[in-house]
Design a protein around this ligand. Structure first.
Ligand SMILES: Cc1ncc(COP(=O)(O)O)c(C=O)c1O
Length: 358
């Protein structure tokens, strides 16, 4: 019998969330963003579960695209960071990967004998991470045409810096810069919006949206949870209660004696810790649940376990599964208690935790 700390992956919830993305995307198509191992859920089962509905996938790097092909899936895969080496262009030809080229070095590789049938160009509209500046685009397009290799520019990609903030003025500035920069090539496709753009007006989705976190049920908007946006949690992170005990008023629990019982308290230890990717910064009062009842963490999270106050769940027994996040406790809630975002929590679950699709 092995440790029953698991991440249960609800593939129906995933498909429902993808359907929500498509409904909200209107006339735009939605490329399913499955990078970072499907946001920590497992890229192969996630991509496979969307295979009959998603016309394209998007990943960060070619290793992730290869994992999609290894799963036997044939849809085009967009490489959001393009290629990291000239040699990788050969795989783009072989496997129908669509690199998003963002800089001169990648153009050099294309020019120096490399070839990719289909590419996208990243436009830097103000985020200043990657991409060509709008004024550079005409020269870049001319350079690609002069290569004479038949490489086809499918379209233009950009990314919002403040997509999660409905009140940000930067979004409109970026949209205007993108529309102006790409207006010379009206027949080419455009893609800017990620999950937030499916919920916030003023973030046009153009031809292709790129939903990521919303597929997994996490919220892309500050101050809202996924369920509040009609999204279903895909991952339920669960670990067993491995002991229960009474601590007396005045006794402390765990490293640093960081939590001290104000009164006699029934508590339990749960077999999950930061070695599993549960955030160490989730402090006392971070919610969890057992038997459908909400309980709270107490003290510091250890590498392999954490402590919970069972006052609110008197019927809880050793061996019972504790939900760290899922349907009773939202991952967005836990993220907020840990001072981070659901993206980091979901992608941070380590390989020690088996993912079980259901
Ligand atoms: C370029 C790009 N597009 C789309 C996404 C998906 O974003 P989200 O998960 O907020 O939907 C990301 C995520 O980091 C990204 O980097």
């Amino acid at each position: 019998m092995s440790r029953s700390t698991v991440a249960r992956i609800d593939l129906d919830a995933l498909r429902n969330n993808y359907r929500t993305a498509c409904e909200r995307a209107g006339s735009a198509k939605a490329m399913a963003v499955v990078k970072a191992d499907g946001y920590g859920h497992g890229i192969a089962p996630i991509a496979s579960a969307l295979a009959d509905v998603a016309p394209k996938y998007a990943v960060a790097c070619i290793e992730e695209a290869r994992a999609i092909r290894s799963a036997g899936l044939a849809q085009p895969v967009v490489l959001l960071q393009g290629v990291h080496a000239a040699d990788d262009l050969a795989d783009c030809v072989r496997h129908n990967f669509e690199p998003v080229l963002h800089g001169e070095r990648q153009l050099d590789w294309l020019e120096q004998g490399g070839y990719a049938p289909y590419i996208w160009l990243k436009v830097n509209t103000g985020m200043n991470r990657l991409g060509f500046r709008p004024k550079e685009l005409p020269a870049v397009m001319a350079r690609i045409a002069q290569m004479g290799t038949g490489t086809q520019v499918l379209g233009f990609v950009s990314h919002y810096a403040c997509a999660d903030d409905a009140g940000s003025a930067m979004t409109a500035t970026q949209t205007a810069a993108f529309e102006a920069a790409t207006s010379f090539w009206p027949a080419l496709m455009k893609s800017v919006g990620n999950s937030a753009a499916h919920f916030i007006s003023g973030q046009p989705l153009f031809d292709w949206s790129r939903p990521g976190i919303m597929l997994y049920g996490g919220s892309p908007i500050v101050g809202k949870t996924g369920p509040e946006l009609g999204l279903e949690p895909v991952m339920t992170l669960e670990a067993p209660l491995i002991t229960t005990r009474e601590v007396n008023a005045g006794e402390s629990v765990g490293y640093g004696g960081a939590w001290v019982a104000e009164h006699d308290t029934r508590m339990g230890m749960v077999a999950i810790g930061y070695g599993d990717g549960y955030p160490r910064h989730a402090g006392t009062d971070t919610p969890a649940a057992v038997g459908g009842r909400r309980i709270r963490l107490i003290g510091r999270v250890s590498m392999d376990m954490l402590a919970v106050d069972l006052s609110n769940a008197p019927e809880a027994r050793e061996g019972d599964p504790v939900e760290l996040w899922g349907r009773t406790v939202g991952v967005d809630e836990v993220a907020s208690c840990a001072g981070t975002i659901s993206y980091e929590l979901l992608t941070g679950i380590t390989s020690r935790v088996p993912r079980i699709s259901c």
